[in-house]
Design a protein around this ligand. Structure first.
Ligand code: MV4
Length: 459
């Protein structure tokens, strides 16, 4: 195991990684921006180094600053967490050149998966189902029209360098394609410095289901099964759960086997998440792969009993999966996660500032991952996630009951949070029945707004 690791992140995930290191007997180094001087990850690391001004671009994303801190502190490895530098292949390359182990896959894999159309073709080659679409990027609108004719409308244009929804356009009629092609190209070129597009058949209101994989550096791969992530708004997930009610034991087994084979073929290493869309016929189609630890990893930890962050550290230090994982991986019970954001519960505008009261729920089957505390301050510079509330029950009904109980005991004053939004979602009959897709939040919010309007003006 490593002697000393630098955590190149902040907030709850920095605390999560520090905790894993501490339990493994690994010394830790935090890095922080000037806005995070009083942050918990600074307090609980063995050492902490300020790497720059508040804006992430000037600190947490500043590769020379992070690498300098790693060299000064003499660490053996860097854990990037999620977001920030976690899927930056150039950063992973600089780590390699500096003789620092990047805790994640090799840069070549990160680069492959970052080029969404190449990832698609790699998965296709390994016999993982993909949606009908283009083979490679589409250079012109004419080429896209030709391909659209073959695929059949509606289709979706996606940015090769994209992900997370930017640079995407749904095309319902061939007449609309030329304009939408140019709009998507321009948006992608501005956002990613690369406008190249590819095409897929468009699935109306799909479910979003992802598989967690772990791969060691000796060619062994394991599937830690799936997570259901359809409750999202504008590509920001709000609630995740494991298992998915839509995935049968047979499908779980088949896809897990397929992914293990595929990841071995690609040479994948460390933790990864393979994202799928599920259509109305319950078919799963690969859309993209995330080469990092994910926000929602705790629901998988709850149902499998595997500490995924510790597994990442052990894999990166050369251990084999059979030494890390139990002999037989199984899912036990049901787990749900609510992302608690510092934002207005209906308008979704960010809410930075000073916390004045903070009560965190606990008890059997309740986990809270947070780096916030009473009298803490939420700086305006970073993402709005302030806590993750995770419950684990013998079944989904118990996980829901624990969540409702815990949401009622989660008190955050001084700023606005999404706690009341979660409470409303947990009242929803379709949500409770497990009947939802990626269109759920839009319908839910429209119905909520309509009810609020009706209350204002009684007929
Ligand atoms: C799609 C799709 C329908 N058909 N691709 C949005 C983010 C990006 N990761 C992929 N996304 C989608 N790709 C095809 N061929 C619908 C979405 C989509 C979506 C996907 C997952 C979770 C939430 C979503 C919300 C809207 C659209």
């Amino acid at each position: 195991m490593f002697r000393k690791v630098l955590v190149a992140n902040r907030g709850e995930i920095a605390m999560r990684i520090l905790n894993a290191c501490r339990e493994l007997g690994v010394r830790t180094v935090a890095v922080y921006s000037e806005a995070d001087r009083n942050a918990l990850h600074v307090r609980f690391a063995d050492e902490a180094i300020c790497i720059g001004p508040p804006r992430a671009a000037d600190s947490y994303l500043n590769v020379p600053a992070v690498i300098s801190a790693a060299e000064i502190a003499d660490v053996e490895a860097i854990h990037p967490g999620y977001g920030l530098l976690s899927e930056n292949a150039n950063f992973a390359e600089v780590c390699r050149a500096s003789n620092i182990k990047f805790i994640g896959p090799p840069p070549e894999i990160t680069r492959l998966m970052g080029e969404k159309e190449k990832a698609r073709q790699a998965m296709k080659k390994a016999k993982v189902p993909i949606l009908p679409g283009s083979d490679g990027v589409l250079m012109t609108a004419e080429e896209a029209l030709e391909r659209g004719q073959k695929v059949g409308y509606p289709v979706i244009l996606k940015a090769k360098a994209g992900g997370g929804g930017r640079g995407m356009r749904i095309v319902r009629e061939p007449e609309d394609l030329p304009n939408l092609f140019h709009a998507a190209f321009t948006e992608a070129a501005n956002a990613f410095g690369n406008g190249e597009l590819y095409m897929e058949k468009f699935i109306e209101n799909p479910r979003h289901i992802e598989f967690q994989v772990l791969a060691d550096e000796h060619g062994n791969v394991a599937s830690l099964f799936e997570r259901e992530c359809s409750i999202q708004r504008r590509h920001q997930k709000l609630i995740e759960e494991a298992p998915s009610l839509q995935v049968t034991p047979k499908l779980r087994e088949e896809l897990g086997r397929m992914l293990c084979h595929c990841m071995r073929e690609i040479g994948y290493q460390n933790a990864g998440t393979v994202e799928f869309l599920m259509d109305a016929k319950h078919q799963l189609y690969f859309i993209e792969m995330n080469t990092r630890i994910q926000v929602e990893h705790p629901v998988t930890e709850a149902v499998t009993g595997v500490d995924i962050v510790k597994a990442q550290l052990r894999i990166a230090s050369g251990e084999k999966l059979d030494a890390i994982l139990p002999p037989k991986l199984e899912m036990r019970g049901h787990s749900i996660e609510c992302r608690i954001n510092a934002e207005h519960p209906q308008k979704f505008t960010p809410s930075a500032g000073q916390i004045t009261a903070f009560n965190v729920p606990g008890g059997n089957g309740v986990r809270v991952d947070t780096a916030q505390y009473a009298e803490g301050v939420i700086p305006p510079y970073y993402d709005s996630l302030i806590a993750k509330l995770i419950t684990h029950g013998v079944d989904r009904a118990e996980a829901i009951a624990k969540m409702e109980r815990a949401l009622g005991q989660f008190i955050v004053q001084g700023i606005e949070t999404s706690i009341s939004l979660h409470q409303a979602i947990f009242q929803d009959a379709d949500f409770r029945a497990g009947e939802f897709d990626t269109g759920f939040m839009e319908r839910f919010l429209a119905a909520q707004a309509e009810r609020a309007e009706a209350e204002k003006q009684p007929a």
